[in-house]
Design a protein around this ligand. Structure first.
Ligand code: ZN
Length: 184
């Protein structure tokens, strides 16, 4: 095998020489890359593929992240980070939000998509907050029936069964541009 770097759209081989492998497509003449990565050529089986470059997705203090709530504990919850400053991350890294007074207030539910701001790295744990207007729940669904919910003051209301529940909503709740939050 030999290797070379490739960007999305880059021509890495011609179709007379190789078949398309992982992360590639053919445009009728050439085999091109779908991702940023390293092109690899299996000359025995005549397959060209791209091994996608692993992004170093390290959320820094001050970054805005978007992710889905993966766990809800007594006074904190975990967010599986999907976007850091609007850039997708596939690292599967979680951050932790303190939810003071959450026994009385329901801030988030598992599965909600939320925006949060990173405030510190302590002992290998990334801590975040959702206590600013833009931060908080961006998308949610009814815990009773799984249907769509709409914002109703500081609550969400199910459009199907009418169930109402509290949330810490972002001012961007329901905005489909949520992935751009925090991007410059
Ligand atoms: Zn419902």
């Amino acid at each position: 095998m030999s290797q070379k770097q490739a960007l999305p759209g880059d021509k890495i081989a011609i179709i007379e020489e190789f078949e398309t492998g992982t992360n590639t497509f053919d445009d009728g003449q050439s085999i091109r890359s779908l991702v940023v990565g390293t092109a690899e050529f299996d000359k025995v089986n005549r397959i060209a593929k791209i091994t996608e470059m692993k992004k170093r997705a390290v959320a820094k203090v001050g970054d805005t992240i978007v992710g889905n709530v993966s766990a809800l504990m007594n006074n904190m919850f975990a967010i599986n980070m999907l976007y850091i400053n609007g850039n997708p991350t596939h690292a599967g890294v979680e951050c932790i939000c303190q939810a003071k007074g959450a026994k009385k207030r329901i801030l988030v539910r598992v599965g909600d998509i939320v925006a949060a701001k990173i405030i510190s790295h302590l002992n290998g744990v990334i801590h975040a907050v959702i206590n600013e207007p833009e931060l908080g729940v961006l998308f949610s669904q009814c815990v009773k029936c799984g249907s769509k919910v709409i914002a109703l003051g500081s609550n969400v209301k199910c459009v199907d069964c009418g169930y109402i529940e509290e949330r810490k909503l972002s001012t961007k709740f329901g905005n489909s541009d949520f992935i751009k939050i925090g991007s410059s």
